[in-house]
Design a protein around this ligand. Sequence first.
Ligand code: ADP
Length: 431
Amino acid sequence: MTISMFRVFIFLIVLTLSVLLLGVTTSLIIGLLTYIFILGLWVIYQSFQQQRFLAWLKKSSYATIPNGYGIWKLIYSSAQSLAKEAELQESKLKNNLAAFRRATEAMEDGILVIDNNNYIVAVTPRAERYLNIRQEQDFGSNILNHVRHPSFAEYLLSGQLNKTIIIEDLNLEKKSLEFKLLPFDATQKIILCRDVTKLRQLEVEKKDFVASASHELKTPLTVITGYLETLSEIEINKIEKNRMLAEMLIQTKRMDELINDLLLLSKLEKSDPIKNKRRTNISLLVHELSKLSARIDKDQHSISFDIENNVFVSGTEDNLRSAFWNLINNAIIYTEKGGKIKVSCLNSDEGKAVFAVRDNGPGIEAHHIDKLTERFYRVDSAGSRESRGTGLGLSIVNEIVQKYGASLKIESQPNIGSKFSIIFPPIFTDD
Ligand code: ADP
């Protein structure tokens, strides 16, 4: 017997004995009426407390506890501590759920739980974004309404677990998504989805790159093979033979240049950004290049240099010389004889080092400008000379400047000229 039942039992015994005593000392009727009256009051009190208890249970807040006597005091305090415990558990659960959502948000993969009829049961924020699912509206809807692609429907209906499928150009954003179906339990399945748009683009770029590089190497090789065949098959005079040998030498140098540029590009791609605390005085570097350009140009153009003393950039010299020379050399190559080229190396008002090459050459049409830093991109213009470069120069410059956190700015107007500027970020300070 519990304490509460024992109390009720004692109450009834005390009540019965007191009323019996009253009945014996007064009259039986008075005793009986008193007994019924007290019992009635007790029953009313009990049902009143029951109503209060129910009303209290229905309330969302358990902060205030109603008053009660005897067994009700005990019931209220026990119920309150139970309710508090439940509230605590609920808030813990909410926190855990929020932490779980944050964790799944940080994951590269989106996760979806679907039932055996392909209806959405749960979805992480990232999957919501990938598949354009809105929590409130789309829960319980069929996943096939969100990924509208015949290959996806076929894949899902085949139920092949652990197999992946890539769906390209999905939804309005034209994303490529990779899906993987995983087992979960007897009634549900998990779908992992990952955005592979960039990866696919890289794969395409890689294939294009290999095709372009092979093509670029094939052209000089074809020329060399042709001359070699001619030389081995036909008797030709010395002058013609020398001409062929000279042409073969040009083509061999072209292949050598191309391979060197490809190796440099691959080295640059693998190297980390330059973040050391060393500084390079690019004024000295540009001074050296002014001498080199005079030797190479042989007075074909009027080249002027405006070099401020002590223009520093953060980082070691590394490939900076190569980047600067590429821009000067392009100006020399693409500007007609007698044209003007101005090279400057200055500190801007915002404390940025700026290296710039300006020419009054043929200029470049606006629609080419964004593509100039793509590998093997060349502008096919009537004005451009026969002695073509590898088409890798500006992509190498772009790759180098990015290592310094700098940017390459290209401004050009057809028939007026071009300006290529490298703008470095302000120099690191030692504090
Ligand atoms: P390339 O090895 O062909 O010079 P780049 O990447 O250095 O390759 O340049 C890409 C293209 O940009 C060139 O083919 C040329 O058409 C154009 N270009 C570069 N610099 C100049 C310039 N100073 N004036 C006009 N056109 C230029």
